[in-house]
Write a protein that binds this ligand. Structure first.
Ligand SMILES: [Zn+2]
Ligand SMILES: [Zn+2]
Length: 240
């Protein structure tokens, strides 16, 4: 399709299904420019020991093997940010993760220093974007995969390549529904596998919510077992 036809189709859909802000109900976007000011930004932590780390890097002394090398999230999983992630999931609204990525890019531009280690890794030529996939059945039921859509949109905005590297083999529960650490660990165990024939040396792995980090760690372990040397995690939101 030509760009003009796509634009017309979007305009037509906007008229049929107008978007309303989840915060104030204003028409036009799922999160308006006023309400985005109320979304809480989060501090970064070392993805291994979980202690604060200004840039989101893994501490030099924290175990590198099979663990993420860095981890950042844009917002706290509460208030309008939480409503948006849930709304996208349960109402199959594909534009929501795209809007969140656009706001995320604004956040990076406004906090260049805090995001500097992440952006340096992102824009390294060896780095590709990937995502924590849904199970195929769930993706079909919802009509889309929120993390994949976010990864594709970030790839489009940054000119980076997006590659599907992992497959979800087990229909797991959402980590946000589980309360204890052991349950979360068991929920992710053997849940993913590497798609054969793919290759990636450096990966930014995208997900919608970071809960205990168990999923991020399990996916990183698999990526590193299959040739990845460095992995950073990027999530739209993070539970506190
Ligand atoms: Zn609003
Ligand atoms: Zn650490």
């Amino acid at each position: 399709m030509t760009t003009t036809i796509i634009k017309l189709k979007e305009l037509f859909l906007d008229i049929l299904f107008p978007k309303f802000c989840v915060g104030c109900k204003a028409e036009g976007m799922y999160l308006c420019e006023d309400c985005v000011l109320f979304v809480l930004e989060v501090e970064f932590n070392c993805p291994v020991c979980n202690e604060a780390e200004f840039f989101g890097r893994r501490h030099k002394g924290c175990r590198a093997k099979s663990n993420p090398d860095g981890c950042i999230s844009f917002w706290s999983y509460e208030g309008v940010a939480k409503q948006l992630v849930l709304k996208a999931k349960y109402s199959s609204l594909i534009d929501i993760p795209k809007e969140l990525v656009d706001y995320g890019i604004l956040s990076i531009q406004e906090n260049k220093n805090r995001f500097s280690e992440f952006t340096e890794f992102l824009f390294d030529e060896k780095t590709v974007l990937s995502y924590v996939p849904l199970h195929e059945k769930r993706e079909k039921k919802r009509g889309f995969d929120q993390a994949k859509t976010a990864a594709e949109h970030l790839a489009k905005r940054t000119g980076k390549e997006m590659v599907s590297l992992l497959r979800r083999d087990k229909e797991t529960k959402s980590q946000t529904e589980l309360n204890d650490k052991k349950e979360r660990f068991l929920n992710t165990k053997d849940a993913f596998s590497f798609i054969s024939g793919r290759k990636a040396e450096q990966v930014v792995l995208i997900d919608d919510v970071l809960t205990s980090g168990a999923t991020a760690k399990e996916c990183t372990r698999i990526l590193k077992q299959n040739g990845a040397k460095k992995v950073w995690i990027l999530t739209l939101t993070k539970t506190s």
